[in-house]
Write a protein that binds this ligand. Structure first.
Ligand SMILES: Nc1ncnc2c1ncn2[C@@H]1O[C@H](COP(=O)(O)OP(=O)(O)OP(=O)(O)O)[C@@H](O)[C@H]1O
Ligand SMILES: [Mg+2]
Length: 272
């Protein structure tokens, strides 16, 4: 059995409580990412030490351009760091070969983007089934599982509807079902409510929170919405390449930089 297969099984065993149910799912050490824009160097991540345990819901806040998406992309193995180390269930992701990374992205991680990226001409159920088909599940079974997941996100009656005909909030619910259909341990969400009005945003966050708890996920969510961020178990602020516990001073800075859109009042108790 290869290393990743054993990782997946080890973590799945963790779901049943047999294997470190409270263990660290993802960990970074000195994670650094540099970009070059012409001769100009950008360092959104400058030595990030981070870890997330089973069942934790962590919100990452920070000004636009601070590196939140960059960080999530590295955790999802959609990009590679310039230096540093990255572990999933204790396994060094950076030493995985491409076949193992494909399995990691497909089985262990669910990713929800700000834009849903659904295929508009395919039905809701077909969109949700895609990761299962990639994974080799027969089509009929994949659609059955997809329909069950659409039920979990409150859209059972819309399974046969074209994704392009659904509202923005409904499309994001379908995208969440698609992210979770392979039963990942780690859910990464990059501003999942950023394109939605306040009411739909709260509904989508409620859904993520409910699925996070019921499936014992480790969820890491980047958001500009401080009112929603405060509902996480931990709020971390990314600024100047560093990740630190969120503070009200940072919250005020983020709100000012983002024109205060959808961020809600600053609580007196602090973010962290
Ligand atoms: N592929 C790339 N090439 C060059 N620079 C990049 C690249 N990707 C990101 N950057 C830069 O890295 C920095 C961090 O970008 P990132 O998208 O991670 O920020 P963010 O915190 O997600 O911002 P936002 O809140 O606006 O989504 C920005 O300065 C961005 O321009
Ligand atoms: Mg971003």
């Amino acid at each position: 059995m290869n290393r990743l297969a054993s990782t997946v099984i080890a973590v799945e065993d963790g779901r049943t409580g047999a294997c470190e149910p409270e263990g660290v799912v993802v960990r970074t050490e000195g994670l650094r990412k540099e970009f070059y824009s012409g001769r100009h160097e950008i360092v959104p991540l400058d030595g990030i030490d981070f870890s997330a345990e089973r069942g934790e819901l962590i919100a990452i806040v920070g000004p636009s351009g601070s590196g939140k998406s960059t960080f999530l992309h590295l955790l999802a193995a959609l990009d590679t760091p310039t230096s540093g180390a990255l572990y999933f269930a204790g396994n060094p992701l950076l030493s995985f070969g491409e076949p193992e990374l494909v399995v990691y992205r497909n089985r262990s991680v669910g990713f929800v983007w700000q834009r849903h990226h659904l295929l508009p001409d395919f039905t809701a159920a077909e969109n949700v089934a895609i990761p299962l088909l990639v994974h080799g599940t027969p089509a009929e079974e994949a659609l059955r599982i997809a329909e069950r997941w659409l039920g979990e996100v409150g859209l059972a009656s819309r399974a046969g509807q074209r994704a392009g005909e659904l509202s923005g909030g409904e499309q994001q619910r379908v995208a969440i079902a698609r992210a979770l259909v392979n039963d990942p341990v780690l859910l990464l969400a990059d501003e999942p409510t950023g394109d939605l009005d306040e009411r739909s945003a709260a509904g989508v966050f409620d859904l993520i929170e409910r699925l996070h708890r019921s499936h014992r996920l480790t969820t890491i969510l980047a958001t500009h919405n401080l009112a929603l961020a405060r509902r996480a178990d931990r709020v971390l602020a990314l600024q100047h390449g560093k990740l630190a516990p969120g503070t009200d001073a940072l919250a005020e800075g983020v709100m000012a930089l983002n024109g205060n859109a959808g961020s809600g009042p600053v609580a007196s108790g602090g973010l962290g």
